[in-house]
Design a protein around this ligand. Structure first.
Ligand code: DC
Length: 219
């Protein structure tokens, strides 16, 4: 799967486990691009809702998929997602998107399209990619895999501190129980329990794991 010199570090885990923060810091520390794969699922969901489609109407969503004006790019160290050329940001965290994204993300055709876009990043750059199935499905051959976990209480508290209405437990249940690419600890992934870490200590722990997996990291 990785046929060029670029490589991927896979950071998976449940909602609000702190994986984005860790992935961003790792990208900065290691000079890589951080790719937020959840933003791609959110962008498709946002557009589908804008089009007035029912997130449960799989046939209509599959029919609309090829026409979606979705582009993925990079701005500095971070991935971007755009619809009709407009980079999406706050729209992706709307409550309606939080509520529908797990339903849309369970559709195999949606996953197939987005997994391809995720793999395409490696044609241009090495990445720290965060999501749910990065170590299991998107880059199963990468030796660099971390599963970031945290207790349900800590994760719910993080989301409400951000002022976001998001039923983290319900989303995790849906993401873990779907048939297609469920949230799981990938083969070869090391679990990092982020319930009690500071950002700095979590990043240090992640760098230790990556060193153990053979990544050359300067001290
Ligand atoms: O990382 P996030 O919470 O922004 O992701 C939003 C949703 O997208 C998540 O509930 C499930 C889905 N998702 C996925 O199915 N696979 C990924 N690799 C990333 C996200």
């Amino acid at each position: 799967m990785q046929t060029h010199s670029h490589f991927a570090i896979a950071i998976d885990g449940p909602a609000a486990s702190g994986k984005s923060t860790i992935a961003k810091c790792l990208a900065r520390e290691l000079g890589l691009v951080m790719v937020n794969s959840g933003a791609m699922y959110r962008a498709v969901t946002w557009k589908i809702l804008q089009m007035g489609l029912d997130p449960h109407d799989t046939a209509a969503i599959v029919a609309a998929l090829p026409t979606l004006p979705l582009t993925c790019g990079v701005n500095g160290r971070y991935s971007t997602v755009a619809m009709d050329g407009k980079v999406l940001d706050e729209e992706l965290r709307e409550t309606s998107v939080n509520q529908a994204v797990s339903i849309v993300a369970a559709i195999p055709a949606v996953r197939e399209k987005l997994v391809q876009l995720q793999r395409d990043y490696l044609q241009h750059t090495s990445v720290v990619m965060e999501g749910r199935d990065i170590g299991s499905i998107v880059f199963p051959d990468t030796p660099y895999k971390i599963y970031v976990d945290a207790s349900e209480e800590v994760r719910a508290a993080r989301r409400s501190a951000e002022g976001v209405t998001d039923s983290v437990a319900a989303r995790d249940k849906a993401d873990s129980n779907r048939n297609n690419s469920p949230l799981m600890v990938a083969d070869g992934a090391v679990v990092l329990d982020n319930s009690d870490h500071t950002v700095a200590s979590a990043v240090a722990a992640a760098l230790d794991i990556l060193r153990g997996q053979g990544l050359e990291v300067r001290d």
